[in-house]
Design a protein. Structure first.
Length: 288
């Protein structure tokens, strides 16, 4: 892919031209998810021709995934909008490097690049954000060192003096002194079984019990694709077979073999045979 194309991808317009985060999220979620076939065709076209339109069509449906990943990092006090922006850059890098012939969906391939960009952004900004977030904390952050009369921790009377001088509470001073005397942990340190600090790393605080966003999006994509294929398969059945399958499995309450037998004037065994043949037809549609 040429440098010109990469530059164009990095300046792609924001969805709906909106500066409002809620509107952006709504717009991102309204973009239909690509089928495996559509994704493959667009990726092939981008790889072979460098068509920027294909790149955009690959990026836009996956912005909802970027938003999900970015929300997992909300605990660092950084702007969600900034995290989404950084993740979107990672998504564009993934689209640039995506090779559809490998047989992996873009959503699975892109997660590394999206997280890498967000991690890099947090590494550059996390420390200052965590040290000073409120107005009182920012005041303390810039002025506390000039109030110290010695190295080490403040004495009780010194805490009272600093609080009175700066117009903040005693608790504010104690909390900020603790933060300033602390040290940064590596965001994602190398694994070392003998190093207890690895368990305190910021990356470990992001662990969630819910499935990761890439797997959620893959599951949603698979479910929607299966629904579409089932609709097509059902459309290939004759009316009687379609009615039997629908009444037996797709409605509530489900009809029994004997109820359908009475309705169609045949035996319950005949209904079972029609149902079995319909399932074979549906299965062959999924395999084809």
């Amino acid at each position: 892919m040429s440098t010109e194309l990469v530059n164009k991808m990095n300046t792609m317009p924001v969805l709906m031209g909106s500066s409002n985060l809620d509107a952006y999220v709504q717009a991102a979620r309204s973009v239909p998810i690509l089928s495996a076939e559509e994704e493959y065709a667009l990726a092939q076209d981008l790889q072979q021709t460098g068509n920027i339109a294909s790149a955009q069509k690959l990026v836009l449906p996956h912005l909802r995934f970027v938003i999900k990943v970015a929300n997992n990092y909300a605990g660092y006090g950084l702007s969600i909008a900034d995290l989404i922006q950084e993740g979107s850059i990672g998504l564009m890098k993934a689209v640039k490097r995506f090779r559809p012939e490998v047989g992996v969906r873009l959503v699975s391939f892109a997660v590394h690049w999206i997280k890498a960009e967000i991690h890099e952004y947090i590494l550059k900004n996390w420390r200052i954000v965590k040290v000073a977030t409120t107005k009182a904390q920012r005041k303390l952050f810039f002025k506390l060192r000039s109030q110290k009369t010695r190295l080490g921790w403040f004495k009780s009377e010194e805490i009272d003096h600093v609080a009175e001088t700066l117009g903040v509470t005693r608790e504010n001073v104690i909390e900020m002194e603790s933060r300033l005397n602390n040290y940064d942990l590596a965001f994602d340190p190398a694994t070392d079984e003998d190093d207890d600090s690895a368990y305190l790393a910021p990356a470990n605080s992001l662990v969630s019990n819910i499935p990761s966003p890439e797997y959620q999006l893959e599951a949603q994509d698979t479910e929607e694709n299966n629904h579409a294929m089932l609709g097509t398969a059902m459309g290939n059945l004759d009316e009687r077979s379609k009615t039997i399958v629908t009444r037996r499995w797709l409605t509530e309450p489900k009809a029994t073999l004997h109820e359908l037998a009475d309705e169609f004037g045949v035996s319950a065994e005949r209904i079972r045979q029609i149902e079995s043949n319909a399932f074979k037809s549906i299965k062959s549609s999924f395999i084809a």
